[in-house]
Design a protein around this ligand. Sequence first.
Ligand SMILES: N[C@@H](CCC(=O)N[C@@H](CS)C(=O)NCC(=O)O)C(=O)O
Length: 230
Amino acid sequence: MAITLYELVGRDDLRFSPYCWRTRFALAHKGLDFDTVPVRFADKQAIAFSGQERVPVICDGDRTVADSWSIACYLDEAYPDLPPLFASARERAMARFVNTWSDLQVNPRFILLVVRDVYDNIDERDREYFLESREKRFGTTLDALHAARDERLPEARAALDPVRAVLADQPYISGDEPGYADYILMGTCQWIRIVSPYRIVEPDDPVHEWRERMLGLFDGMAAEVAALGP
Ligand SMILES: N[C@@H](CCC(=O)N[C@@H](CS)C(=O)NCC(=O)O)C(=O)O
């Protein structure tokens, strides 16, 4: 029986959540088939069975797992004979660092640049919920954040300096082959690419070249999704 992925949906069936993309890449890496159930931001009822309010959530037989990191760990535990996301406990621990770094240092900077673009691409029924929750979270309006994005761009780009340094010596964050650490950051790139025309990295940036390689993985799984951005 195929796994079911509950994932965020925006207007016109757009699937842009950075965390759901982490899970999409993880499932593709393992070679697991999955069906998706679209969930709107404000439709908490759709995932109430998971005991929390965020996507991604997967159902695999009678198992329900929420949170992209927990899902990646679960997939390796449940399917040890399929290609591992983490070849060792040490690799998993290092990827855990990248996950936390991305959640605390990368995504919070990039959301400030594209949050109004996200707003423009969500389902109309979610607009009130999104506006209220985000303006409360950021303490200002989405328009004010949008207006300040050029000023904030250098700081957001600089947050990726550790990745730039690593990519100078190796093609992927995980080394010679792409791995879960790459999927974590690619979730962020794919999210921005789908919802925003804003250029977050220049074409000569090693991060851009890496992103192009990531777009081609798994038969162009990420590339085939229509993008508003470069
Ligand atoms: N730590 C979680 C974060 C998941 C998360 O924040 N998901 C967002 C979608 S990108 C969500 O469900 N937001 C619901 C809301 O804001 O109400 C993970 O890695 O899965």
